[in-house]
Each structure stands twice: as C-alpha cells, then as structure tokens.
Write a protein that binds this ligand. Structure first.
Ligand code: ZN
Length: 121
C-alpha cells in the first residue's frame, strides 16, 4: 500500500519545453520576482517604520513597568520589531507579486539551446 508513491508527479519537476526548438534546457530568469522582493523589502521597511512608531509606543508602555530603562529598551525593541516585521512581510509580498508577473506577463524562461525567451505555465 505504501509502496506506490506517485514520485513521477512531484510538483515543479516538469521541465518547460522551448516552443521554438523543442529543447528542455532552459533557465528561469525571475527578474520580476527579484525586483518585487527588493521593492517589497523597501516598501515594507517604510511601512514598518510607521508600524515601528506604534510598536515603540506599545513597547514603551510595557517597559514602563520596569522603570525608565525599561521604557527605553521597550521602545527600541518595539520599533525594531515593527520595522523587521514590515520589511519581511513586504519582501514576501513583493516576491509573490513578482513571481506572478514573471509567470503571467514576462517571458520568464530563457532557452539555453537557441536563446529564445518564452513563458511556460
Ligand atoms: Zn529553444
């Protein structure tokens, strides 16, 4: 029963075939994915700074219970977390968006045989 794993149908292992020469040697370019990740990182970081203000406020309130030093540490930790969370969330969202653009809009595959670019779903 457990002997019949469908190993031939693992997702993402199918190689895209070049529509021009039929070769299976191609590489993904992922331009939009990388660009999206970078843009998302910056945008998320900027958005995170806004969140960092409220994070600092919250952290400061929590830290206040431990006195003035706790207030400073709490504020800094809250701001840092707000910024990091925003940046990483933005990076993931940007990369996802870029991946969609790569697949739907751009010709994401470069044929290593004839040099043609094509999109494969
Ligand atoms: Zn080709």
């Amino acid at each position: 029963m457990a002997d019949h794993f469908p190993i031939s149908r693992i997702e993402g292992t199918a190689k895209p075939v070049c529509p021009y020469c039929g070769a299976t040697h191609s590489e993904r370019r992922d331009y939009a994915k990388h660009a999206g990740g970078t843009v998302g990182l910056v945008a998320g970081g900027v958005a995170g700074v806004t969140g960092a203000a409220s994070g600092a406020e919250l952290g400061g309130l929590v830290g206040l219970t431990a006195g003035p030093v706790g207030f400073v540490i709490g504020s800094m930790t809250g701001a840092l977390i707000g910024c990091l969370v925003g940046a990483s969330a933005g990076c993931v969202a940007g990369a996802k968006l870029g991946e969609v653009i790569d697949q739907r809009v751009l010709r994401n595959h470069l044929c290593l045989e004839c040099g043609s670019t094509f999109s494969a779903e």
